[in-house]
Design a protein around this ligand. Structure first.
Ligand code: GLA
Length: 385
């Protein structure tokens, strides 16, 4: 939505002009899937698809929220922020405000209008973008200096404890800490991070949404978390590790006998995916995009066969991409069970890639995939209007 239109909407809802624009990014993840909650390294990057929050300070004791495309205003009482856990719309905002307040931030009354260009349910982390952008708005209006990593942690807490989704730290961290044209190599056990230029030369990343209807993603996600916790407990009886990500592939081969069935498969994915992250970062730094592409494919196969979070739509979309001569690799990103893939595609071939993959996908699945024009941008932006 154009800015002018969003500002008009703001005025229509709240009867006054927006004064500030706070934004936070959706994300992709180059590699390192389903390892953040196992203390592994992830390699996400912030997108031009974002949660834009138009805002103004008000008086009184209420936060008012409005949303693009929804003809309603949600009100949150600043003195009763624990009361909105069951809200369908506004619970992320209330959760962020609640935990910020708990850490001593004075939550100021304000009007916030949400124009989120991260497609919902796409695996590009619209929820993290909403949480982080909201946290920025409240901190800016409280007039405090804030640490972006702390905002990411508070946002994650809002999602875990307030909204009840047991996610790791990757999405909120990428949304808050992303940097233009870089991916963030984040160690989720220590929160140490570094930026690596996402330089793909004559190639680029194509982001495609398989558009599978969202269905029970959160409960299936939580089951995976339980399975890897069981694996860790079993492995800890013989190895002194705090996280599954600390187990090397060689050590895993020695302790695998302790595990069976789904638990063994899940753990194997985590161990091997952590190994692939290191290899992928080295390949990218060395400019070896063929190797990077190969690792992306391996990651997808592992998420399909061992972690079992892909499904026929994501498998079809990434397989069709791999069939293209100018595509070096393709994989699902995010939680899975639907959502997006990324593919490394030669820039000059993108148009044909989208046409052919898009056509073959609808022929096989029966509905369309969406392809997004993306770029890698800063995580958070703050602007006076
Ligand atoms: C979701 C979660 C993240 C991460 C990914 C899988 O996006 O929010 O914390 O676990 O799935 O890598």
């Amino acid at each position: 939505m154009e800015r002018a239109e969003a500002m008009q909407q703001f005025e229509a809802f709240f009867g006054a002009k927006a004064e500030d624009l706070f934004t936070a990014a959706g994300r992709i993840n180059v590699i390192g899937e389903h390892v953040d909650y196992c203390g592994g390294k992830v390699f996400p990057a912030a997108l031009n698809l974002r949660c834009n929050v138009y805002a103004r300070k008000t008086e009184g004791n209420v936060i008012r929220l409005a949303f693009r495309g929804i003809d309603d205003v949600v009100e949150l009482e600043i003195n009763d922020l624990n009361a909105y856990r069951k809200l369908k719309l506004g619970n992320y905002q209330a959760g962020v405000a609640y935990y910020l307040q708990e850490t001593g931030v004075t939550i100021m009354p304000c009007d916030l209008y949400y124009d989120c260009t991260v497609p919902f349910g796409s695996g590009l982390s619209s929820s993290a973008a909403i949480e982080v952008a909201t946290a920025v708005a409240f901190c800016e209006y409280a007039g405090i200096a804030y640490d972006k990593v702390q905002l990411a942690l508070i946002s994650q807490r809002a999602e875990n404890e307030y909204a009840g989704v047991n996610c790791g730290i990757m999405d909120q961290f990428a949304s808050a800490m992303g940097k233009k044209d870089h991916a963030v190599l984040l160690d989720c056990a220590t929160l140490e991070y570094s930026y690596v230029p996402l330089k793909l030369g004559e190639y680029c990343l194509v982001v495609a949404n398989c558009n599978k209807p969202h269905n029970l993603v959160e409960s299936k996600y939580n089951v995976r978390r339980q399975e890897v916790e069981l694996a860790l407990k079993a492995i800890q009886t013989v190895l002194p590790v705090n996280n599954l990500a600390e187990v090397t592939p060689k050590q895993f081969a020695d302790v695998k006998y302790l595990l069976s069935g789904a638990v063994a498969k899940r753990a194997e994915h985590v161990v091997m995916e952590c190994d692939r992250v290191n290899k992928a970062v080295a390949a990218l730094k060395a400019g070896d995009l063929v190797e990077l592409g190969r690792l992306l494919n391996e990651s997808h196969y592992s998420l399909r066969d061992l972690y079992e979070v892909t499904g026929k739509e994501l498998d079809t979309l990434s397989a069709l991409a791999r069939k293209e001569t100018d595509c070096l690799g393709s994989r699902m990103i995010g939680a899975g069970f639907g959502g997006c893939t990324i593919s490394i595609v030669k820039k000059t071939a993108v148009e044909g890639f989208i046409r052919r993959v898009g056509k073959a996908y609808v022929d096989s699945i029966g509905y369309y995939a969406s392809f997004y024009e993306t770029s890698i941008e800063d995580g958070i932006t703050v602007e006076k209007l």
